[in-house]
Design a binder for this molecule. Structure first.
Ligand code: AHR
Length: 492
């Protein structure tokens, strides 16, 4: 059996893992918002003011910290005034990016804040810079956050909300190098400077302004943005990186029908996140050595060809153990870069791309990816500590084991993924700077790489107790089966 060494030093703290690293992204795309999250008050599916109760419960369970909305590409064609007031008189529009379907705007600002309040998460609004106006965005902020007497605050009250909401995270544009206007970096950053000038802090609300950052490894974009942001309290720049197994956007590969070689290539491409965070971080360090500006990976995950027979514009795909391994590796990487990365949002929450939840009518399936978020939630708000993995190669392409470790309230959480589809590995975890007295909890998710949960069998892949682990003189030994994800909790 392969042997793996993991070396943890609890005294070497990289930083606090902002809970927002475990965020989700929800767009008006396919069946994410409509059907997936929002079914309307007259639906027979149990709901609270139109929002599905099962979805809220599932997100509360994983302690979802933040939800990004309304897009994506949709954000730069969204006009927020279409989504307020009496539903029957809300404007109907074409969702030009996603299938050309009718958007009836029945889910808008009030419904989104209601959703976040029900879940107990921070709202993250993506504002329209691509096809909107400065005034439109300024008025939206006034509508959401101003407590005094003003036209937008009065309009909000007229629509049934007396008190303003708290809004922290505000993105100013989305993918403005692409669907958000096909802008060049210098042009975008000038526009960003203008837009952000009119995004005001009202009534004690403090905006955390986020500029559009790079697409994957577009280092130049990061350079130009960081150089020109100006001293106006920008707190974050975004990064989008999708794992596309084939690397070919016209034929990305199937979500459930793949070879071992395609699997290893998927993980290899996922691990590129490490390079992206390191190199974009190095560019940011030159302009912001104090780390005042965070990197916000507000779109990540696997992007495959859509499920057969579904609308190509809806981006609906199934989710297997491969996706769980992708999520585990990405979250381990994000944990270890928490000194720069302060938020991440998997794409997307429900029924789109690497969804954590799938729905069909009243049915709901928690995907293997969901269970990874569940296992990893113990990292939220903990101190990320040094964790080095010495491991064999799997599939001749990738390191066999990925890991990260954190400490909170004297408990240490260690998460590991064995990325091999065929080989078990014995792992010795050597721990310095922390005197482990007991293993207080250990869980595993382990299934063949193509295994998935569906509506006939929603519980095929799930978390179980893990027994093959022991503690001896402060160090841990465990045997990780092929294709498994494990969480070990230690206490003093
Ligand atoms: O998540 C789907 C799309 O991917 C988003 O709308 C866009 O921002 C990205 O290209």
């Amino acid at each position: 059996m392969e042997k793996t060494g993991v070396y943890i030093n609890a005294k070497d703290v990289k930083g606090r893992i902002n809970p927002e690293i475990y965020g989700n992204f929800s767009e008006h795309l396919g069946r994410c918002i409509y059907e997936g999250i929002y079914v309307g008050e007259s639906s027979t599916i149990p709901n609270t003011r139109g929002i599905r109760n099962d979805i809220v419960k599932a997100f509360r369970h994983i302690k979802l910290p933040v939800l990004r909305w309304p897009g994506g590409c949709f954000a730069d064609e969204y006009h927020w005034k279409d989504g307020i007031g009496e539903k029957s008189s809300r404007k109907k529009m074409i969702n030009t990016n996603w299938g050309g379907v009718v958007e009836d705007n029945s889910f808008g600002t009030h419904e989104f804040f209601d959703l976040c309040e029900q879940i107990g998460c921070e709202p993250y609004i993506a504002g329209n810079l691509g096809s909107g106006t400065v005034n439109e965005l300024a008025e939206w902020i006034e509508y959401m956050t101003f407590d005094g007497v003003s036209p937008m605050a009065e309009l909000r009250r007229k629509n049934g909300r007396e008190k303003p909401w708290k809004l922290k995270y505000l993105g100013i544009g989305n993918e403005n190098w692409g669907c958000g206007g096909n802008m060049r970096a210098q042009y975008y950053v000038d526009e960003y400077r203008r837009y952000q000038s009119f995004c005001k802090n009202f009534s004690g609300n403090e905006l955390f302004k986020i500029a559009c950052g790079p697409n994957a490894d577009d280092w130049d974009w990061t350079e130009v943005i960081m150089k020109n942001l100006g001293p106006w309290h920008t707190r974050g720049i975004s990064l989008h990186y999708y794992t596309v197994p084939s690397g070919n956007w016209d034929k990305k590969g199937s979500a459930r029908d793949f070879t071992d070689e395609e699997y290893y290539e998927t993980i290899r491409k996922t691990l590129y996140m490490e390079t992206l965070l390191t190199r974009h971080g190095q560019i940011m360090d030159r302009y912001d050595p104090a780390h005042n500006i965070g990197l916000i990976v507000d779109e990540w995950g696997c992007w495959y060809d859509v499920e057969e027979g579904t609308n190509p514009g809806f981006l609906y795909q199934q989710n297997t153990m491969r996706d769980a391994v992708v999520a585990a590796c990405n979250l381990n990487i994000l944990n270890s870069h928490c000194d720069r990365v302060i938020m991440a949002n998997i794409a997307q929450a429900v029924n789109v791309l690497q969804a954590v939840i799938l729905t069909e009518g009243a049915g709901m399936v928690l995907t293997p990816t969901y269970h990874v978020f569940d296992m990893y939630k113990a990292h939220q708000g903990a101190d990320s500590v040094y964790c080095y993995v010495d491991t064999a190669k799997a599939g001749e392409k990738i390191p066999m084991v990925s890991a990260s470790a954190s400490v909170k309230d004297d408990a240490m959480t260690i998460t590991l993924a064995n990325c091999s589809v065929s080989d078990d590995t014995e792992v010795k975890i050597n721990i310095a700077g922390y005197e482990a007295g007991k293993i207080s909890d250990a869980v595993i998710m382990n299934a063949p790489v193509r295994e998935l949960n569906d509506f006939d069998d929603p519980d095929r892949v799930n978390i179980k107790e893990f027994d093959d682990v022991s503690l001896y003189e402060g160090n841990v030994t465990a045997t990780l089966p092929a294709c498994s994800i494990v969480r070990i909790t230690l206490e003093k």
